[in-house]
Ligand binder design. Structure first.
Ligand code: ADP
Ligand code: 5GP
Length: 202
């Protein structure tokens, strides 16, 4: 008797700190696994195939869309990004919580398919700090940074479609807030039907 896992969606303008936060969550919550996306963009220094992303060609990506293998996909900053459907289904059924780091458009597509998901928007404390963090990554050209900052303003305008807002000023505080959200969501009575049945049997 296993409760279905929690689907946790985190969106944020590129450079806000999603990947950093997700990595911390996975190491602290043994029941949380990370949905590795497919992308057609080139790997950044240090990124590992199959761990950070599945780096694929445009053709491969289009085949996946055709075969219905993606739960959602979007064109972000000129590259395709998508979530493998099988991984999600398999883990949620097993009772694993799955965390997704995806853009605003993809998140809104997923909301239609998984309205029970928990949608968290992670925001930078300011645009100047966001620019500093993107530049700190040192693997983006000036044009790429500009594109990401312009997109950031548009993405920030979509906060209203999310369930929670977390501001990533100090990482420890943002992490505590996201942890609290997950713990509270997992304690909801509507997600505890099987636990309640079990209690009745004791
Ligand atoms: P994203 O996945 O949202 O694009 P990253 O996790 O790659 O962002 O973070 C971008 C940069 O900002 C990294 O160098 C990371 O170490 C740094 N960073 C993340 N969170 C914070 C924070 N709270 N304060 C300062 N720097 C941060
Ligand atoms: P980056 O290139 O900085 O890793 O990611 C760029 C943007 O693509 C981020 O907003 C990130 O959340 C988003 N992204 C990553 N994977 C996916 C995915 O599978 N689907 C969608 N829709 N967006 C994704």
């Amino acid at each position: 008797m296993t409760e279905s896992g929690l689907l946790i969606i985190i969106s944020a303008p590129s450079g806000t700190g999603k990947s950093t936060l997700c990595r911390k969550l996975i190491s602290d919550f043994p029941n949380v696994c990370y949905s590795v996306s497919l992308t057609t963009r080139v790997p950044r220094r240090g990124e590992v195939q199959g761990k950070d992303y599945f780096f694929v060609s445009k053709n491969e990506f289009k085949q996946k869309i055709k075969r219905g293998e993606l739960a959602e996909w979007a064109l972000v900053h000129g590259h395709y990004y998508g979530t493998p459907k099988n991984f999600l289904k398999k883990n949620l059924v097993k009772g694993k919580d799955v965390i997704l780091d995806i853009d605003v458009r993809g998140a809104m597509k997923l909301k239609k398919r998984y309205p029970q998901g928990v949608f968290i928007f992670l925001a930078p404390p300011s645009f100047s700090e966001l620019e500093r963090r993107i530049q700190g990554r040192r693997s983006n050209s000036e044009a790429t940074i500009k594109k990401r900052l312009t997109n950031a303003r548009w993405e920030m305008g979509r906060i209203g479609s999310y369930d929670y807002l977390v501001i990533n000023d100090r990482l420890v505080d943002a992490f505590t807030q996201v942890k609290s959200i997950i713990l509270a969501e997992k304690s909801k009575v509507k997600r505890s039907k099987k636990k309640i049945q079990k209690l009745n049997l004791l």
